[in-house]
Ligand binder design. Sequence first.
Ligand code: NDP
Length: 433
Amino acid sequence: MQQVAASTAFIGSALPLRRAPSNRAGRLPRASLVCRAQKQDGQTGGKRLVASSAATLDAPVEEGYQSVWTASYDFDNESPELTKSWKKTMKVAVTGAAGQISNHLLFMLASGEVFGRDQPIQLQLLGSERSREALEGVAMELEDSLYPLLREVQLGIDPRQVFEGADWALLIGAKPRGPGMERKDLLDINGQIFAEQGRALNDVASRDCKMLVVGNPCNTNALIGMANAPDLPKRNWHALTRLDENRAKCQLALKSGKFYTSVTNMTIWGNHSTTQVPDFVNAKIGGKRVPAVVKDVQWLKEEFTPKVANRGGALIKKWGRSSAASTAVSIADHLRSLYTPTPPGDCFSTGVYTEGNPYGVDEDLIFSMPCRSDGDGDYEIIDDFVIDDWLQAKIKETEEELLKERDCVGHLIPGATRAVCMITEDTMLPGEA
Ligand code: NDP
């Protein structure tokens, strides 16, 4: 099977191809850029303009043009043998695209190991004035990696342009907590980012767009995004707790001396914070309930549980940075779990909207729960987990934290009846020093 050489197929990656805001559907290159082909794409049915590499980089930016520039493959060089079994191109928007996590994730997405080897993707990367140059560097690295499935890369700093038509939005970018910044200030600053991104997604994303919020505090950011995107399905919003699940599986495997793949039915309840609840009551090792294998309930409650919840902080003390590679891996795991049928008796963790949940959790939160999927991108909450008294009390604690966070950002949630910040304690988020 003939591979398409990226060096000939990928044109103009670093060229600032700006388009007018009024021209959403097509590309309107600057006068200095010459369009030399317009070709029907058999896979997507869409039309693509291919920019001439004769374009100049230093041409003046015309007033009124916005900062989206595009790197497109040249379909003149397609190999029908390679592409005929491919699905329709999926548009994946990623924010914080020049950050640490994205630096790992984007390459996994482009390689096909996340969405499948027959799933071409278009990456729509959101940066900012801060990261403009860095983002072009990211695009150059993607170009140099010769991924046939990567059909197009778009870079921009305006969410309304970058989210256009997105099938998935991976919302990773968020302001990190600086020295002396209180948790409620972080909630407010990041909440504003997610309110704006929610509105942008509502206006321009695919009507079935799915969102995964990674930027912290991710549960409440997801709630804010969801509340500001009334036209998108609420169940399509996720907050990432898969890293916590993976950390819990790792600790149970280490303790039991079993390979980590034998740890199943592991869920994280609640908030992606130090109040999260790694559920050893329902988890299994080799098909048996964890307490029947580990036989040390004190260790499970007093060592395992806080160790998982504080893993991010422990890692930053060692490494000086928050987890990036393992977070990217967990994002890939999260996505794969939605596109692979969940084996019977197993589950995966994701923060989802609680409306109608079977566990009596407040119905207007993004709360991590045990879920399963038929492999169609959707999920259902598993309703038969055993909730003992210990689990019930811990779930209540993390729920109360999320209720307080929701009150704190009431001013960012349209229709909220309460907007008062009662957060006095300063709980760390995983990954914070
Ligand atoms: P980085 O600091 O490497 O990148 C974060 C990106 O956020 C930056 O590149 C920046 O991009 C963007 N950003 C958006 N708004 C701001 C702002 N106001 N000030 C500064 N930067 C901003 O972080 P990571 O990639 O390591 O982590 C990203 C997020 O993921 C963090 O919030 C982190 O806490 C969270 N996280 C979540 C985990 C989870 O399990 N849910 C696990 C690990 C991390 P630009 O300049 O382009 O806007």
